[in-house]
Design a protein around this ligand. Structure first.
Ligand SMILES: Cc1ncc(COP(=O)(O)O)c(C=O)c1O
Length: 406
């Protein structure tokens, strides 16, 4: 992992003569040099729109095709045309919600959960309102901030048309049983939309293994550029009617991609998927196999950091961790840790740490359904997000600084 750090130029940044510590990954991760090179390489030599009869346009099309293939490998899809690119997850989810709402009506129910980022909540609330459907909210276990599966199951029924579920909470790090929810949703005749934005840098997404119907994620959270990606089952993406312009393609994936996408972002996305695959190393099973091995390594390394961090935090009497703290349950969470302090507000803590070169978030980071359910508005929590480029020494440094706060 130390060798991997060398690939990220921004990790060399200093604050007050000390290395900066990037624990702000859940809001956007740092980027390895190969991604920067892919973006600037595209802009330097192949920059053009697609569909033209000249070299740079033909090259741009190849860049676009390769990005779809990379994202299909990344999410575990066999068909690259099932992946659509957009500016971010929120925009793509709003577009999908608007298309799905055309098929809903009064009496239909849409299930959301209290664990969500607002991007997997308000688009469905608005789409339900416009179509006359009803929103039903499944709750959490507030003691460990995990999804309440009994409540979710009780809220699913004949009327449910869609379940919108995060694979991992961007605030407290809890994982959800996506495959179980997919099964239950399908038994009720509903579809499952998965928000994998926070999950993506930590574990392997597996749309076929999970059996979900739609999924969205954002490359800028997994070491790539600012972009969003939507995946959906081919027959659903074909049968739904998105809002789109007349001259734009009516075939997949074009019908879900409005306007000219960021080709440089797509070049960078391929590079970040290849960067992740490189952690898995070469093997007989192609890029998907390499990604599988890479995420096993990432999960293993991250869980070592999580043990150290959670153990250290448990010795700080002023700190309360919101989420799973039981070290025997680390496979139910990613190392994104939210905490509050007995005497300092989350903003004060983030400011003090920021001055000392440690970058963390405070507030609700748009996980408003969760902070509301926990009664933590308006101040929210401090969020420390560990990624595989973080180190045990950085965790120690953060624990020391937290200890020093009076
Ligand atoms: C879990 C989760 N879902 C959705 C989003 C929204 O993603 P985007 O910024 O790509 O719209 C975020 C961003 O922080 C997130 O963490």
């Amino acid at each position: 992992m130390e060798r991997l750090r060398e690939q990220f130029p921004s990790l060399g940044r200093e604050v007050g003569g000390r290395p900066a510590v990037f624990f702000d990954g859940p809001a956007g991760s740092q980027v390895p040099q190969v991604v920067i090179d892919a973006i600037s390489g595209y802009l330097s030599s192949s920059n053009a729109n697609t569909g033209g009869a000249f070299a740079t346009s033909v090259e741009s099309e190849a860049v676009v095709d390769e990005a779809h293939r990379a994202m299909a490998d990344f999410v575990g899809a066999s068909d690259p045309a099932e992946t659509a690119f957009g500016p971010n997850m929120t925009t793509l989810t709003l577009a999908l919600a608007r298309a799905l709402a055309r098929t809903w009506g009064p009496g239909d129910e849409i299930v959301v959960t209290s664990l969500e980022h607002d991007a997997n909540y308000t688009p469905w609330v608005q789409a339900a309102r416009d179509s006359g459907a009803t929103i039903v909210e499944a709750g959490i276990h507030s003691e460990d901030c995990t999804l309440n599966m009994d409540d979710l199951q009780a809220k699913l029924g004949q009327r449910t048309r869609l379940v919108a579920l995060t694979a991992a909470s961007n605030a407290v790090g809890s994982l959800t049983p996506v495959a179980d929810v997919a099964r239950t949703a399908h038994e009720a005749g509903a579809r499952l939309f998965v928000d994998a934005v926070h999950y993506a840098p930590h574990r392997l997404i597996d749309v076929h293994g999970w059996g979900c119907d739609f999924l969205a994620c954002s490359p800028y959270k997994f070491f790539g550029p600012h972009m969003g990606v939507l995946w959906g089952r081919r027959e659903l993406l074909e049968e739904l009617t998105p809002y789109k312009l007349r001259p734009s393609a009516d075939t997949l994936p074009g019908r879900w991609m409005n306007g000219t996408p960021s080709h440089e972002g797509m070049a960078g996305t391929t590079a970040c998927v290849d960067y992740l695959a490189s952690i898995g190393g070469e093997g007989p099973d192609g890029r998907r196999g390499a990604l599988r091995r890479a995420f096993e390594r990432v999960a293993d390394y991250e869980s070592g950091l999580a043990v150290k961090f959670l153990e250290g935090l448990s010795a700080l009497p002023d700190v309360r961790v919101w989420g799973i703290t039981d070290l025997a349950r680390l496979d139910e969470r990613v190392p994104t840790v939210a905490l509050t302090h007995a005497r300092r507000t989350p903003e004060e803590i983030a400011r003090i740490l920021g001055e000392r070169g440690i970058f963390v978030w405070h507030g609700n980071y748009y996980a408003l359904p969760l902070t509301e359910a926990l009664g933590l508005e308006p101040e929210g929590m401090v969020r420390i997000g560990l990624l595989h480029y973080n180190t045990a020494a950085e965790v120690d440094r953060l624990l020391d600084e937290l200890r020093r706060i009076d």
